[in-house]
Structures are given as C-alpha cells and as structure tokens.
Design a protein around this ligand. Structure first.
Ligand SMILES: NC(=O)C1=CN([C@@H]2O[C@H](COP(=O)(O)OP(=O)(O)OC[C@H]3O[C@@H](n4cnc5c(N)ncnc54)[C@H](OP(=O)(O)O)[C@@H]3O)[C@@H](O)[C@H]2O)C=CC1
Ligand SMILES: CC(=O)[C@@H](O)[C@H](O)COP(=O)(O)O
Ligand SMILES: [Mn+2]
Length: 388
C-alpha cells in the first residue's frame, strides 16, 4: 500500500494532536510531510522531532523568526503565504484542523487542485459554505471530521439524496445542561471549560457551553449536505454516544454510535473508504451500554442556538458576522470581561448593527464580514463591561 502523504494544519491543537496520534499508530499508512501552526514553537519542535516533516509553516511571522529547525532539511514557511505554499507541495491529503478563518484560502486552493481534504474547521463552511461547496469535486473529496458531520456523512454512504427526510445532529448539552440561569450568569471560565464528554480547545468548549457550537454545526450541515434549514435539527444526547441521525422517506433511520473520541471520525476521514483497526484503547461501548436517550434543546435557556439558525435564514452575510462576533465574545468571557450570559446579547446586537447586503457575491466579502463581527463585538463587549 502506498503511504498517504499528509499535511496537518493546526498540528498542535486538540484535533491536530489526535490526527497525529492516528499517524503514529499507522506509520505504514501515513507519512506526515507538513505541519502548520500559529505560534506554538515548542509544540512544533516536538512534532518536528517525531515526524520529521519536509516542511513546517508558522503563521505568525514574528514567532517564525525565532524558529530554528531541528533538521537542516526542514523548510520553514511563514505567514499567510506559507499556508498557501503548503498546498503546492507534493501531498495527497490535507487535514484542516486549525481554529478560526485564516486557513480558508488554503482550503480553497486545496479543493480547486482536487486534493483530498479532511475538514475539522467548521468556521470555513459557516463563513464560506456557498463558495467552498461549489469548489468541491466529489462526495469523498471533502471529508468531514466534526463528529456529527462525520456521522451524517457515514449514514449517507450509499444513499440517494432524494430519499433523505431529515438530518439530526446530537449535542451533549454542555456543562450547563441542568444549570439555572443564575448559575450560568456566575459561571467562571474554569467551570465553563469543563465539558462533560469531550476534551477540546478552549474556544469550541465555550461554544458547546452556550450551544452556539450546535448553531454553527447546523449551518455547517446545511452547506455540507446541501439541505434546507427546516430539515436539519439538533437534539441533546447527553452521553455523546450517538453523533448523528438520518431519517429516510421509508421510515427508516440510521444512527452512528461510537465512544466520544475524535480519533474515530479522524481515522475514517483519513482512510476512507477503508476503516482502520483501532485497538482496545478506543473501548468500543458494549451494546448493553448503549443509551438511546434524547432530549429537546431548551432554546430559551440556550438562545445562541436559535440565533445561529436565524442568521442563516437572514442571508449568507450573517453567519460570517456571527463567527467573528463569537470569537470576540468568547475571548471577552475567557478574559473575565463579560459573563457567559452576555454572549447572546453581544452576538445579537452585533448582527443587528450590520446594514449591508444580506447576500454576498464572494468569499472575500464573507471573510471581511468576519472582521466586522469581531471588531463590532469587541467594541460592544467593552461597553458591556463598563456597565457591569
Ligand atoms: N477539538 C475538537 O474535538 C473539535 C474541533 N472542531 C473544530 O476544529 C478546529 C480546531 O479545534 P481545536 O483543535 O479544538 O482547537 P485548538 O485551539 O486546540 O487548536 C487550534 C490549532 O490551530 C492552530 N492555528 C490557529 N490559527 C492558525 C493559523 N492561522 N495557521 C496555522 N495554524 C493555526 C493552533 O496553533 P498554535 O498551537 O500555534 O496556536 C492550534 O494548533 C476548530 O474549528 C473547531 O471548531 C470540530 C469538532 C471537534
Ligand atoms: C466533538 C465535536 O464534534 C464537538 O463539536 C462536539 O460536538 C462538542 O460537543 P457539544 O455537543 O457539547 O457541542
Ligand atoms: Mn461537533
């Protein structure tokens, strides 16, 4: 079997490390040729030592100046240009596991070059869904890693589009599933960062606590599977054992169940159409341990979920604004500037402050609106904090 030559963008993060763990376990299947990070030089150095990539990309140019590669042969690329150049190299597959929106141009280049892509980064689809999807060549070129989307993708294998009635994503409900409003208002970042079922980066963990993550995932699913909003739902499944469900026109439903471990959807994206034999470290839940318990999302308690759905209905300009606004809002919460319950009004007011066209014509305009959302929510969060 030829080894798949991989690049991992966001190599030092939660998804990046899980991806590299799969590469570590299957050295006969994968060769790690390129690693990209934002600024974590220490983490990158350790990975360079282990995987000996041909080149590394450091997005923050100031940080890149201090990087002395371990091996003479390692090429160091920098900044935006570096990320774009990564796609030019001799690769079979790129994993987009970075946070934020910086890697969208590289994703577009990879897709346009018909390369295989595994996508964890949900912001790319929420911001650029229409343009990303029109560049995708085939069902298996863009392979979702986000657990719910991987589940739906797997449920759809071998099915006809016109037979799908409804798609349902599951939500864990986050750490505040049973909390009161007062408890959420007084929650410290430390409490909000304690996710009940998944270990993830800080930004997505806070999004899970407000259920904004599920709102983003609804938008991600609508674009990815080309489904109208009224046929894409989310339900709470507190154990995170079931990740997604598709209901078909004959009354049958398919569910995908696995232990909550991101290495499982990652391995499927990397090895599709094969499956890798993951060892007992992945503890397959026994059938008698399965709990098929679902709850409705409490939209009053978690208004960020509905706000994201509304944003998609309002036009393709609004999801990018929300993405930028939420980055600023989560940063303000983690920095102690606002309370967790301020995140919703901050996002809503940022959306309302936009008075440009509801529908955009280009990806560049969408990316510009992420910046608008970030700036506007940053400004509003300072006002919120003065009033506290
Ligand atoms: N964690 C999870 O289980 C899941 C995550 N996702 C999505 O996957 C993405 C990553 O999440 P997660 O792994 O939790 O995030 P982390 O915060 O753990 O890691 C982010 C990674 O992205 C890198 N990065 C950030 N900006 C850039 C850039 N401009 N260029 C190159 N690298 C960059 C960081 O580098 P550095 O270390 O140098 O800062 C780091 O390696 C997000 O979009 C998230 O929504 C989706 C489903 C599940
Ligand atoms: C692992 C994964 O895919 C995350 O996006 C997950 O969905 C977060 O958990 P919540 O269901 O709590 O948002
Ligand atoms: Mn998810």
């Amino acid at each position: 079997m030829n080894k798949k030559r991989l690049a991992v963008v966001g190599a030092t993060g939660s998804i990046g490390r899980s991806t590299l763990d799969i590469c570590r376990r299957f050295p006969e299947a994968f060769e790690v040729r390129a690693l990209a990070v934002r600024s974590n030089l220490k983490g990158l150095k350790a990975l360079e030592g282990e995987f000996k990539p041909k080149f590394v990309v450091i997005y923050e140019e100031a940080a890149a100046r201090d990087y002395v590669p371990l091996f003479d042969g390692t090429r160091v690329l920098k900044g935006k240009e570096g990320l774009k150049l990564l796609v030019q190299e001799d690769l079979d597959h790129i994993v987009f596991a970075s946070s934020g929106t910086d890697a969208i141009p590289a994703l577009m280049t990879a897709l346009a070059r018909k390369m295989e892509v595994s996508l964890a980064n949900k912001e790319s689809l929420v911001v650029g869904g229409p343009w990303v999807m029109e560049t995708v060549d085939s069902f298996d070129q863009l392979r979702p890693i986000d657990s719910e989307h991987s589940a739906i993708w797997q449920c759809l294998l071998g099915e006809r589009r016109e037979d799908i009635e409804e798609i349902a994503l599951t939500a864990s409900g986050g750490p505040f599933l049973h909390a009161t409003y007062e408890e959420m208002k007084n929650a410290t970042p430390e409490i909000a960062l304690k996710h009940p079922t998944w270990r993830m980066g800080a930004k997505i963990t806070i999004d899970s606590a407000t259920l904004f993550n599920k709102g983003l995932e609804i938008i991600e699913a609508c674009y990815l599977f080309s489904m109208p909003l009224d046929r894409v739902k989310a339900v709470v499944q507190p154990d995170s054992l079931i990740h997604g469900c598709v209901r078909f026109c004959d009354g049958s439903s398919k569910l995908l169940l696995s232990k909550p471990d991101m290495r499982i959807p990652i391995s499927f994206a990397l090895s599709y159409p094969r499956r890798l034999r993951l060892d007992e470290a992945f503890h397959r839940p026994q059938i008698t341990e399965w709990k098929v318990n679902f709850l409705k999302i409490d939209e009053e308690k978690f208004p960020c979920y509905g706000l994201a759905r509304r944003a998609l209905q309002m036009g393709n300009a609004y999801p990018p604004i929300l993405v930028g606004a939420d980055e600023a809002a989560v940063e303000a919460f983690l920095g102690g500037v606002i309370s967790m319950v301020d995140i919703f009004p901050l996002l809503e007011r940022t959306l309302l402050s936009y008075n440009g066209p509801s529908n955009l014509n280009s990806l560049e305009e969408a990316i510009a609106l992420v910046d608008f959302g970030r700036r506007e929510a940053g400004r509003l969060s300072r006002l919120f904090s003065e009033r506290r």
